[in-house]
Design a protein around this ligand. Structure first.
Ligand code: B12
Ligand code: SF4
Ligand code: SF4
Length: 390
């Protein structure tokens, strides 16, 4: 057994250690003994692993996988090179404390496992090339942003999962928990189980690969052989020892569809995206108006970009997503003019609890105007070139 959980003579009171009464000590010891009675350490580990999986699926996640927590020196070297080349663009926060981002043991002392959960978000609505690229008066909002904000949806479920696991494990882990070689800490989810979605200092895709949730596609996103890539990820770092999953192989093969389709050549090498060139960065992360020189490249896209995923053959297998992500009325290929004319009240209603809210009405309208200007410039260029070709 790698854990030493027996600290019956203490209890936490706002992180102060106090002495427990004899009867309380006995009661807790009995509870723990009952919880793991007759189990080998391996069986305890298997049972806890099952518990994590079952609760994650019960909380509505579509996939769950587990990896052994460890530092990722190779990913760190790649990330440092990526940052040194300035590929993070305006996202300066990505360069903060890279060593921590690449080592879950710096997030949770004594971390043993990284649990990765996924939530599908696809729907039957058309793909980028079906609609947006064909229609000059239409805009494209990325399919991940047609419904509720995934941060909110995933956070709600992670909180639920955290509460369920804490309740289920408390009898056997008690109030105290000792990570291997780590200090004695109260068994509280914030200390022994830390979950994060998206903005947490962790390389979610690196862990998704290790936890067997898919392989890293050449567009850098995680692809699963039976669900494609249209799912979100979140990680739970825990000091609980769990059974890791096997990794899947890389099934991109000789395909380069995503690299070839990217309108800005943002996939600078297989598996490496230069965020500065990525339309998702230009339309969501970058502050200010899209520079005139880049407008013709963003096509119809006013928020995010789906092109590299829409062309991926594995997305034939994508699954209908959670109802929270179902497209709201009018968000699949909205009219550019409608976006540009939208007032604050309509924006607040249409984009309540949506990821687009973050961009704000002004930002969305700046993008929509830039798309329209980019289109007009492209049409002017076409008109100028066509007589010359005749
Ligand atoms: C910053 C960020 C972005 C940035 C940068 C994208 C990027 N590729 O890094 C921007 C704004 C562009 C972006 C866009 C999108 N994002 Co984003 N993004 C993130 C975020 C918050 C951090 C990613 C990060 O750390 N990037 C830093 C770089 C260094 O990381 P990296 O790509 O993993 O770097 C590795 C490789 O480059 C490789 N590498 C580097 N050099 C070399 C050299 C060789 C030889 C090799 C083999 C490898 C290699 O090693 C590096 C370290 O592992 C994650 C959430 C998270 N916390 O992980 C979501 C996340 C990756 N995004 C996500 C999504 C959905 C998107 C979009 C699809 C949204 C949209 N529709 O517009 C697009 C897709 C664009 C794309 N093709 O990547 C999902 C992906 C889900 C999935 N199935 O994979 C995530 C996981 C969010 C979530 N919680 O679900 N995103
Ligand atoms: S999201 Fe769009 S711009 Fe970014 S890499 Fe994919 S296709 Fe290229
Ligand atoms: S489009 Fe092709 S190369 Fe790109 S991720 Fe999908 S299978 Fe891999």
């Amino acid at each position: 057994m790698t854990h030493s959980l027996e600290h019956p003579d203490r209890q936490t009171d706002e992180d102060e250690f106090v002495v427990l009464s004899k009867s309380e000590r006995r009661r807790r010891a009995k509870l723990r003994t009952l919880a793991t009675w007759g189990e080998t350490p391996e069986q305890t580990r298997e049972r806890r692993t099952r518990l994590f999986r079952e609760h994650a699926l019960r909380c509505g996640f579509s996939q769950v996988g587990i990896a052994r927590a460890q530092a990722l020196p190779q990913a760190q070297a790649h990330m440092e090179a990526w940052l040194a080349a300035g590929r993070h663009g305006s996202m300066a926060w990505l360069a903060d404390d890279v060593a921590r981002r690449c080592n879950p043991l710096k997030l949770v002392p004594g971390a043993q496992s990284v649990v990765v959960v996924a939530l599908d978000y696809d729907s039957d609505a058309p793909k980028t090339h079906d609609v947006a690229l064909q229609s000059e008066d239409r805009a494209w909002i990325s399919r991940y942003a047609w419904g509720d904000d995934y941060h909110l949806v995933m956070e709600r479920r992670l909180k639920q999962l955290d509460a369920q696991l804490t309740a289920a494990l408390k009898p056997e882990l008690g109030e105290y928990f000792r990570g291997p070689g780590g200090p004695v800490r109260p068994f509280k989810s914030v200390e022994d189980m830390r979950w994060m979605v998206d903005y947490g200092p962790i390389l979610e895709r690196e862990w998704a690969v290790r936890a067997g949730l898919g392989w890293r596609g050449k567009h850098s996103l995680i692809v699963h052989p039976r669900r494609g890539s249209l799912f979100f990820l979140a990680c739970i770092v825990t000091s609980i020892d769990l059974q890791p999953d096997d990794m899947l192989g890389d099934f991109c093969g000789t395909c380069t569809a995503c690299i070839d389709a990217c309108p800005t050549q943002a996939i600078v090498a297989p598996y490496v995206v230069d965020a500065r060139l990525c339309i998702s960065h230009t339309t969501i992360e970058m502050t200010g108006v899209i520079p005139p020189a880049e407008r013709h490249l963003v096509g119809n896209q006013v928020f995010g970009c789906d092109i590299c995923q829409d062309v991926c053959p594995w997305n034939r297998f994508s699954r209908p997503g959670d109802p929270a992500f179902a497209p709201r009325d009018g968000l699949v290929a909205p009219r550019l003019d409608d976006l540009i004319a939208m007032n604050a009240e309509t924006f607040a209603r249409q984009f309540a609890q949506s990821p687009v809210k973050r961009r704000g009405l002004e930002g969305l309208q700046d993008n929509a105007r830039a798309v329209r200007e980019g289109r007009s410039a492209a049409l002017r260029d076409k008109d100028r070139d066509e007589p010359a070709q005749k």
